[in-house]
Design a protein around this ligand. Sequence first.
Ligand SMILES: [Zn+2]
Ligand SMILES: [Zn+2]
Length: 346
Amino acid sequence: MEAARLHEYTEEMSEALSIDEVDRPEVTRSDDVVVRVQGAGWCQTDNHIIEGMWTDYVEQDLPMTLGHENAGEVVAVGEEVQTVSVGDPVICHPVMTCGECRQCRLGEDMYCENLAFPGLTTDGGFAEYLLTSERATIPLPGGVEPIDIAPHADAGITAYHAVKKAVDELNPGDPAVVIGVGGLGHIGLQCLDAMSAADIIALDVKESARELAEELGARHTVDPTSEDVPSVIDDLTDGHGAEQVIDFVGADATTGYAPDIVAPGADHHVVGYGGHVHEPSQALVDGEFSYRGTLVGRYTELQELVRLVERGDVDLHTTRYDLAEINTVAEKLEHGEIDGRAVITP
Ligand SMILES: [Zn+2]
Ligand SMILES: [Zn+2]
């Protein structure tokens, strides 16, 4: 089968991955599931993996097939698999978990002590077939197409996970700020709108993204290139600040807003990454605000998100690309030229 593989870390996205002929994965364990990949979302994390940014955090054995936002049709199952059958449409939670460790038993899939992460630590879904496990597959309800929902496997669940934490802290009418209305942000904004009665303020440098934000439920939009963000938030919140900030960018400039825009005792959720947090410790003491990290989400949260999608509450803006166009997609995302989410169709 064909697979888009990373052979060497590089900054050069135009030649990031090569299309190789590799063996099709087969069932060897009793809980294995092989999925024919119909859609695999391209993620900023793929660019970061290609640049070698994950080598300090996980072990990677190159060459490796990338692609961690996968959905498709089950084509083979191990003998003990009960919850999915051959022919079922499924979305794959991005990690394969053991189910036995304490973190798994607490439902914290992302903290599993024995996890494998296809597309990050093992071969992923930019290929015709993907090996995953029963614990990672979620059957899709009728009417939800794998190719359309694939990016929710990581982009969606990550946005949902951050929003769910934020919503716990939001009362109706509270101001909530969404920074960045791109691939993750436009999903997060819809989740926030569906799950809370907050007043949503969306920031984005692109006019098209601000327009999309308004369509998706933002009450106010801010252009950080022409407006002074802290004073706009100050005006919109009567000087109080935002009760929750969800930062889908995670650049130095956006994490740096926190001391000026987060309400006392509130949170700045860091979802996007690549920059640093370097605000004075005194600012955190004075405002008693917190930076909170976000790492994907639980299996059960992906189930919940699938429900929201089925109900029509969360709509994904996607563009489809062939496997052969994968480096073009990598380049386009690097240059901010993809609106919504790119989906590779191997
Ligand atoms: Zn991703
Ligand atoms: Zn585990």
